[in-house]
Each structure stands twice: as structure tokens, then as C-alpha cells.
Design a protein around this ligand. Structure first.
Ligand SMILES: O=C(O)CCC(=O)C(=O)O
Length: 309
């Protein structure tokens, strides 16, 4: 069962599956074209030795998009201040959130994909699709509803390698959509990336939102903050002071049971609590079966590796 034929509200779908395609016309075609064209140009011209260049298990791209692409801030401003997006964010992440990362990612033909993992607590990613993708090729893969599993993926030793993810791709659901779509996923949902066996690149922009009091990576430069000063997005871009006062959102917090809670936090932090999960959610038989099957595969891999030593 996946959500693509499910007609319930986006908020309810997100809470149940751990991801949702917004399927609303939020971005104008003109703006998507501009984002795509300028990001691709920056990526082509950026030196691989630049701090912002990403070369990571098959994906490439760069972080810190507004620092490189002067037009992007205005376009992203129109997305994150759209009333439908604001009401979704408020319900899912709480009323006081910040954007700590905006990156451009390209999965190239031949990319072998990315292992299944979780990210730090609270993180909510928005993806802007820069091409249609209705197949499983170079796009993010999700184990549906796995954000509702109380134990961490790490503690269950289920960080499945890309080979297994691709061999048993029917277990996972893709980040599906068409060019210009807005997609959200909880970074607690077990996710990785399908191999790119096509001849086309899969490109998107990731915007990483974090709830009040959390931080990630580094604050925005004075240059980006200055350029955003007449835009509403400015209040969402963390400064050096926000960085100083915040907790680093890392997987270690989850492993150590040190989740920072605030009364303004909502779903993305609530799902870090065993009590919340016990009282509000239910793990279905399909998910349980998939997890048991993945565990079995991981034991087989361990066994084979030992045999080769
Ligand atoms: O590249 C992707 O599709 C997934 C990226 C991802 O898993 C991550 O940034 O945590």
C-alpha cells in the first residue's frame, strides 16, 4: 500500500507515511525553469574543492544555494511563505522553525544509490523536483511509516546497504512526482536512494527545516542575510546567535535518549517519544513483515561476510 491513491489531507498522509507529495501548484513554471537553469550553471562552474561542493555516495551538487544563486532567495521566499505551506509546517514542525540548509542534488546515470538511514531529530526536508520522476531511478527511497517505529534504525542494526535496497526495491516507496512538485519527508523515516539505471539525471532542491532550538551545519553568511532583508524568508534563516544557542540535531541524540523537547514542538519531535507513539500510532502488519524480512537479509549478509574472512 502506498499513498499515491490516498485522498486524505496532506497532513494526515504525512503523519501516516512519513512523506507526502503536496501536489499543489505552489511554484510558477517560470520560477522552476529559472531555479533549474541557474542551479545547473552554478554546479557546472563550482570547483570540486569548494567547501559547498557535494560529492557523496553517488550524488553530487552543492549546499548553500542562495549564496551561489542570487535569484533563488526570492523564489524560495514565495514557496516557504505560501499559506498552504505555512499551515503544513506549523502543524508538522511547530510554529517556530528555521531553514538550516538549502542544497542542489543531482543523481547521475550510474549512481549506485544510498544506504537506508535516518537523520537527526526534528528534521523535515522539503524537496522541489526539477524533473519528472515516476520510476525508481536516482530518487529517494522510503520505508513507508518507519518514522513510527520506536527503536532507532541504528539500534536495530538495519542500516541496509544500497545493494539490498535496490535488489528488493519493491519494499520501498519512491519520492515520486513531476517537475515543480513540492514533496516533504520526515528525516526520521528510514530513507536512502534508488540506483540511477536511466540515462537521465535526477535533480532536486532540498530545503532542510528544523524545529525551534535545533541547529544543523552552519548559520547563513552575512551576505545571504543581507540579501534577504526585504523578504519574509529572512526570519527563517538562522544567524550566528541562533547557532550559539541551539542543540546540534545529530543521530547521537536519539541513540543517547537526549532529545531536546520544547512545548512548541510538534509532530517531528513528538515521534521521538515512545509514549507518544504508543498512544497515537499503530504499526501495521505489512511494515512489521518488511522489517523482519530486512533483518533476515542483514543476518544473511553478516553470515556471508564472516564466511569470507
Ligand atoms: O539523495 C537522496 O535522495 C537522499 C538524501 C538523503 O538521504 C539525506 O540527505 O539524508
Amino acid at each position: 500500500m502506498n499513498q499515491y491513491n490516498d485522498k486524505r489531507s496532506k497532513i494526515n498522509l504525512f503523519k501516516e507515511y512519513g512523506y507526502v507529495n503536496f501536489e499543489e501548484e505552489i511554484l510558477r513554471k517560470f520560477d522552476v525553469d529559472l531555479l533549474d537553469k541557474e542551479s545547473a550553471e552554478t554546479y557546472t562552474n563550482l570547483s570540486e574543492s569548494h567547501d559547498d561542493f557535494i560529492k557523496d555516495s553517488g550524488t553530487e551538487g552543492f549546499i548553500n544555494l542562495p549564496a551561489h544563486n542570487k535569484n533563488s532567495l526570492k523564489i524560495l521566499d514565495s514557496v516557504v511563505t505560501h499559506p498552504k505551506i505555512i499551515s503544513f509546517l506549523k502543524e508538522i514542525i511547530g510554529s517556530d522553525y528555521k531553514i538550516w540548509d538549502i542544497s542542489y542534488r543531482v543523481s547521475k546515470p550510474g549512481d549506485n544509490g544510498l544506504y537506508l538511514h535516518q537523520d537527526g531529530p526534528g528534521q523535515l526536508n522539503m524537496a522541489i523536483l526539477l524533473n519528472d520522476n515516476k520510476l525508481k531511478n536516482g530518487n529517494t527511497a522510503f520505508l513507508s511509516s518507519s518514522h513510527l517505529i520506536a527503536k532507532s534504525q541504528k539500534s536495530l542494526k538495519l542500516e541496509v546497504p544500497p545493494l539490498i535496497l535496490n535488489m528488493f526495491s519493491f519494499l520501498f516507496d519512491p519520492l515520486y512526482g513531476k517537475r515543480g512538485d513540492i514533496f516533504f519527508f520526515s528525516n526520521k523515516t528510514w530513507h536512502g536512494r534508488f540506483a540511477n539505471k536511466s540515462h537521465k539525471e535526477n535533480k532536486l532542491i532540498f530545503i532542510a527545516f528544523f524545529p525551534k532550538g535545533y541547529r544543523y551545519n552552519r548559520p547563513w553568511s552575512d551576505d545571504v542575510l543581507e540579501r534577504s532583508k526585504h523578504l519574509a524568508i529572512k526570519s527563517l534563516l538562522p544567524t550566528k546567535n541562533d547557532y550559539k544557542d541551539a542543540v546540534d540535531s545529530s543521530c547521537e541524540l536519539r541513540e543517547q535518549g537526549k532529545i531536546y523537547n520544547h512545548k512548541d514542538h510538534k509532530f517531528t519531535i513528538n515521534i521521538e517519544s515512545d509514549n507518544y507513539l504508543k498512544n497515537n500510532t499503530n504499526i501495521g502488519v505489512i511494515l512489521k513483515t518488511k522489517v523482519i524480512f530486512l533483518k533476515f537479509l542483514m543476518i544473511v549478509i553478516l553470515f556471508i561476510r564472516k564466511g569470507y574472512k
